[in-house]
Ligand binder design. Structure first.
Ligand code: GLN
Length: 533
């Protein structure tokens, strides 16, 4: 029978609940349990796909094409398991499904209410994750903080699950903040007491507290929290600020967090295998060299908008014992910039990741041109690939007006164009080309050298495509199309063999990079950047 762990947050947002949930999952997996993860986001959007990346951060994409919160990226990177559409549930999804059922008459005349109809829908999503994943343990993180109006129906559903399944099958982790008051030099427990009281008012008794604090809270604070919050003292876990997030699972392990959960579940502890993770920490803490990579995008004011790209660069750096410093370049500012040499003077490589809309486009094209002409290692992703093609068409093939119909719907040179099956689409949400598609790699290319195989699957999130009418002229001028989706005859990877390292993909490799297993495209890009003297 599946066991359920729920992770809630109190006091303030941004405590790292996602990292706590992922760390616990990693520890349970290290003890040989099959773990699955899920995130509840109480906002009304059906998914984050339509949200502004500057407000919400990156949209992560699962293999089955679900657009999800960026925490899913942490989950996959920590536990190295593929998650799916059952892993990210929003209020929007819940309400949509309840209203659709009501319209179909499925409630047989009942008055449809928050309890039980909405709460049942939420409970079903938790159980569905358990059943479809066949996991021993499902860990569900609840977004936001306890007390938010939006999250109340979720908390009520979890209360019912705690009651239905009993405490040997459910475990509640509450993440809180223990602030430090300078002057009186004290750690304060009152905000945590208040937030646990809020949770108890809603009928939930936490089984463990994870306390974010600047340093270990010590036995006095733990005893106080234990007494006021009715949590055993050993279940009060410290979560101190660390310089490298990979240390967090190990810090929890040292405090017996995984044992506490397994004991409550009456499950055998099994031997814990964390050697690979400790090795990773050792590598990350002792990187010998460092290089700078320029990341050119229009959402650079919020680094979380490029979270998986930044993580993927770091992963590849670990393999070569090199710290990657990112030079965040605002593509819109680049449009007016005369002196690109100055901007890129310390950078060993340039990356142009994904994006939407026409703002900042010409700045990105300028950066791509700079990388191509000056033979600087370059990696383009999704929009970055589309713009690489536009740059090449304009400046090498002489198609001066080459652009994408995303920026100019009436252009005479639609070198990037809307896919045929996208032309009749009206709704913007969830209708991009999403998730895994096959890609066949051409032999004797950089892509083949990177992947070392002919058939790959990668995750996508785009609406526009390389226009096949222009393939020939680009190939005649020296661009190689090294990856193709054969089923739909779509260009997936392009490269320029006369350049030391110029490659761009329509898909998003950043979603498949893991700290102990960098993605082949990032691996070779970082290697080329390190070798770029
Ligand atoms: N805006 C482009 C498209 O829809 C690229 C999308 C992306 O970079 N994720 O095709």
């Amino acid at each position: 029978m599946t066991k359920y762990v729920f992770v809630t947050g109190g006091v303030v947002s941004g405590l790292g609940k996602g990292i706590t949930a992922s760390s616990l999952a990693l520890l349970l997996k290290a003890r040989n349990y099959k773990v699955f993860m899920q995130k509840f986001d109480p906002y009304i959007n059906v998914d984050p796909g339509t949200m502004n990346p500057i407000q919400h951060g990156e949209v992560y994409v699962t293999y089955d094409g679900c657009e999800t919160d960026l925490d899913l990226g942490h989950y996959e990177r920590f536990i190295d398991e593929e998650l799916n559409y059952t892993s990210n549930i929003t209020s929007g999804k819940i309400y949509k499904s309840v209203i659709e059922k009501e319209r179909k008459g499925e409630y047989l005349g009942a008055t449809v209410q928050m309890v039980p109809h909405v709460t049942n829908e939420i409970k079903n999503k938790v159980y569905e994750a358990g059943i479809t994943s066949k996991a021993d343990i499902v860990i569900t993180e609840i977004g936001g903080t306890v007390g938010d109006i939006e999250s109340q129906s979720f908390i009520e559903a979890l209360r019912q699950i705690q009651y239905e399944k009993g405490s040997e099958n459910t475990f509640f982790v509450h993440c809180t903040l223990i602030p430090y008051i300078y002057g009186s030099n004290e750690l304060k427990t009152k905000p945590t007491q208040n937030s646990v009281r809020d949770l108890r008012n809603m009928g939930i008794r936490p089984d463990a507290l994870v306390c974010r604090a600047p340093f270990d809270t010590g036995s006095h604070i733990k005893e106080k929290l234990s007494m006021f919050c009715s949590v055993p003292v050993e279940n009060v876990i410290d979560s101190i600020d660390v310089k490298n997030i990979y240390e967090i699972p190990i810090n929890y392990h040292k405090q017996g967090f995984d044992e506490i959960v397994l004991k409550q579940f009456n499950l055998p502890l099994n031997k814990s295998n964390l050697k690979y993770w400790n090795d990773l920490i050792k590598t990350v803490d002792n990187l010998k060299d460092e290089i700078e990579i320029s990341l050119v995008g229009k959402y650079v004011e919020l680094h979380d908008a490029y979270l998986s790209v930044a993580e993927s660069l770091k992963h590849a750096g670990y393999k070569y014992n090199t710290k990657i410093n990112i030079n965040w370049v605002d593509s819109e500012k680049l449009e007016k910039e005369e002196n690109l040499k100055e901007i890129f003077k310390n950078s060993k490589g340039i990356i142009v990741p994904g994006g939407f809309g026409s703002r900042g486009i010409e700045g990105k094209i300028k950066a791509i041109n700079y990388a191509r002409v000056n033979k600087i290692p370059f990696l383009g992703i999704c929009l970055g690939m589309q713009l690489s093609v536009i740059e090449f068409a304009r400046n090498v093939c002489g198609i001066k007006d080459a652009t994408s119909t995303e920026f100019d719907s009436l252009t005479k040179e639609p070198i990037i164009d809307l896919m045929a099956d996208q032309k009749s689409i009206v709704n913007m949400g969830g209708t991009l080309r999403l998730g895994n598609y096959n890609c066949k790699i051409k032999k004797d290319t950089l892509a083949y050298k990177d992947y070392k195989c002919e058939q790959i699957k990668e995750r996508h999130r785009h609406r526009y495509e390389f226009n096949n009418k222009y393939r020939e002229i680009l190939e005649q001028n020296g661009m190689v199309i090294s990856g193709i989706n054969e089923e739909a005859d779509l260009v997936e990877i392009v490269e320029i063999p006369s350049h030391p390292h110029f490659i761009a993909s329509q898909f998003h490799p950043e979603f498949k990079s893991r700290p102990t297993r960098p993605h082949p495209l990032f691996d070779s890009f970082i290697k080329a950047s390190i070798d770029n003297k």
